[in-house]
Design a protein around this ligand. Structure first.
Ligand code: HEM
Length: 141
């Protein structure tokens, strides 16, 4: 459960991302694939070195989904259900990959927002992204 303060931190950071989903998303993927190359096995269809257009396209889709989650913070399970089916049943992404995405997401935020990204904001985003990951990984059975 997110507190009122945590919700405010999440919304405040999202206001800075909104409109730049593709750019933030592409950087998230670039960091993910570079820092944790094992994650690339799920993206073989993008080739060995995904180009900028592919990163922007997929990055935008991922960040737009996070934006929807921000909008429906109290209803994550319902709103993310189709994505949960996709990741568990179709893509079969190993759940151990989710913390890697969460970490890279926070580094993207820190590197862009710098001093604006307070300790409290990081804590709120960590909790929120973990909540998303819980929903996206609970259909593995
Ligand atoms: C596809 C979101 C984590 C691998 C997608 C799509 C979205 C998304 C919105 C597109 C769905 C569609 O086309 O209908 C997210 C979010 C995540 C997450 C919000 C975590 C916060 C992961 C992780 C991996 C992964 C950890 C693997 C390392 C993929 C792959 C696709 C995909 C392979 C299909 C790509 C394609 O169609 O080209 N994800 N995802 N995702 N995701 Fe995720």
């Amino acid at each position: 459960m997110l507190s009122a303060q945590e919700r405010a931190h999440i919304a405040q950071v999202w206001d800075l991302i909104a409109g730049h989903e593709a750019l933030f998303g592409a950087e998230l993927l670039r960091r993910l694939f570079t820092v944790y190359p094992s994650t690339k096995v799920y993206f073989r269809h993008l080739g060995d070195h995904p180009d900028e257009v592919q990163l922007l396209n997929h990055g935008q889709r991922v960040l737009q989904a996070v934006g929807v989650a921000v909008q429906y913070m109290d209803n994550l399970r319902a709103v993310l259900s189709p994505l949960a089916d996709l990741h568990a049943q179709v893509l079969r992404v190993d759940p151990s990959n989710f913390p890697l995405v969460i970490q890279c997401f926070q580094v993207v935020l820190a590197s862009h927002l710098q001093g604006e990204f307070t300790v409290e904001m990081q804590a709120a985003w960590d909790k929120f992204l973990t909540g998303i990951a819980v929903v996206l990984t609970e259909k593995y059975r």
